[in-house]
Design a protein around this ligand. Structure first.
Ligand code: PLP
Length: 437
């Protein structure tokens, strides 16, 4: 059945202009490897790994079979005062891949849940070490940390925040996007490390004894691929350490090979206290999130009478057996095929192809790292986002899925992509940017 002859009324779509979409729907029906197929039979090259999550490509039979086997054996079991082996097995395997020292793993159901879990762990940790006045959480402008009340409070996207009441006391560092000084940087931006000193200003304003944690995306993804200036993350780490503030890296996007290293922690060599993950954790096949905590954070909470629950937090689906099976199978593929580091070998070709779009009309900045690219377009006067949206629609019609946020095009293809697919992405995008005035 063609897309525009279906009943689309009942599904209230997330983060979508529902009425506009339902007039001219785009419906993906199947996927294999690097490609989707829509309901009209058109093939669409996946330039975004779904939503930054299908890192090993679509339709991996190993994952399908592992999930099917697991559902036949044990479909669901609670994880409160009860356990099932596969959750422990997955946590153990993840701990081997996780950045060194961050090997205590709390499972959640999504990136948003992982973020709220990490924020709560940070506050609980501070209280456990006698720092109960530290309840303030600091995020960053243009940060995206999902849509829970914790995540939107530390997040920095006004549309996600303005309608809702937020956590009291949450503060924000300035964002690091500075095209006037850094446009078309071939590498990490040269300018902006000093923006980390915003945290010193917050300490001076509020007192370190009120601040529990700072959360940042090492590379901001959803708000337009914003790379950390050289030295910025190191500086943030030093300031947090100096003041007893926990540092949380939100690696929901950067985790599992996106930057050409297993995690952004490995890419930048800066180790936080907590890392949030999701998406690539199961190759997107089954919803799941996870928090990797340092032993110091974990162990501080493992105090008091042994019969007492240490952290009053958890989800019905924490460590869901099917998600663990998908995660174990995904990890196995990542390791067998070297996908967690494959991006490093393709990064130069990827950068060259993307930088090749530099002279197209309206392109005002191009940023790449690993297998991520952000291509920023000048906004049409009075119509922010319209130009990139038109490029998105044109690309989809031409068989390429891209993602846009405001007037920034974000690309994050599956890590299995070939040189010819890099060229195909660049070619279709170039054509679309040229044609969309
Ligand atoms: N954190 C970051 C950095 C993200 O990019 C996202 C989603 O894109 C989230 C959190 C939220 O994840 P989810 O949509 O699975 O709740």
């Amino acid at each position: 059945m063609k897309a525009n002859t279906r009943n689309l009324e009942n599904f209230w779509m997330p983060f979508t202009a529902n009425r506009q979409f339902k007039q001219t729907p785009r419906l993906l029906e199947s996927a294999q490897g690097m490609y989707y197929r829509d309901v009209d039979g058109n093939q669409i090259l996946d330039g975004t790994a779904g939503l930054w999550c299908v890192n090993a490509g679509h339709g991996r039979p190993e994952i399908t079979e592992a999930v099917a086997r697991q559902l036949e054996k044990l479909d669901y079991a609670p994880a409160f005062q009860m356990g099932h082996p596969i959750a422990f097995e997955f946590a153990e395997k993840l701990a081997e891949t996780a950045p060194a020292g961050l090997d205590r793993i709390f499972f959640a159901g999504s990136g948003s849940e992982a973020v709220d879990t990490a924020l709560k762990i940070a506050i609980a940790y501070q209280r456990a070490i006698g720092q109960g006045t530290r309840t303030r959480l600091i995020g960053r402008e243009r940060g995206y940390h999902g849509v829970g009340f914790g995540g939107i409070s530390v997040g920095g996207l006004v549309n996600n925040r303005r309608v809702f009441p937020l956590l009291p006391g949450a503060g924000h560092l300035r964002h690091t996007h500075d095209p006037a000084r850094n446009a078309f940087s071939p590498d990490l931006p040269e300018h902006g490390a000093e923006l980390a000193d915003d945290l010193e200003r917050m300490v001076a304003l509020h007192g370190a004894e009120t601040i529990a944690a700072v959360i940042v995306e090492p590379v901001a993804g959803s708000t337009g691929v914003l790379l950390p200036p050289k030295g910025y993350l190191e500086r943030l780490r030093a300031i947090t350490q100096k003041h007893g503030i926990l540092l949380i890296f939100d690696e929901v996007i950067t985790g599992f090979g996106r930057l050409g290293t297993p995690f952004a922690v490995d890419y930048f060599g800066v180790v936080p206290d907590l890392v949030t993950t999701a998406k690539g954790l199961t190759n997107g096949a089954i919803p799941m999130g996870a928090v990797f905590a340092s032993r110091a954070v974990h162990d501080a909470l493992m105090q008091g009478p042994a019969e007492q629950i240490e952290l009053f937090h958890g989800y019905t689906y924490s460590g869901h057996p099917a998600a663990c099976a998908a995660g174990l199978a995904a990890l196995d593929i990542y390791q067998r095929e070297g996908l967690l580091t494959r991006g490093a070998s393709l990064a130069a070709a990827w950068r060259t192809a993307m930088q090749g779009l530099k002279d197209l009309p309206n392109v005002i900045d191009i940023r790449t790292i690993g297998l991520v690219a952000g291509i920023e377009l000048a906004s049409r006067p009075g119509a922010p986002g319209a130009r990139a949206y038109d490029v998105f629609v044109k690309c989809f019609g031409d068989g390429l899925l891209i993602r846009v946020t405001g007037d920034i095009i974000a690309l994050s293809p599956p890590l299995i992509l070939s040189q010819s697919e890099i060229e195909s992405i660049a070619g279709k995008l170039s054509d679309a940017i040229r044609k969309v005035a």
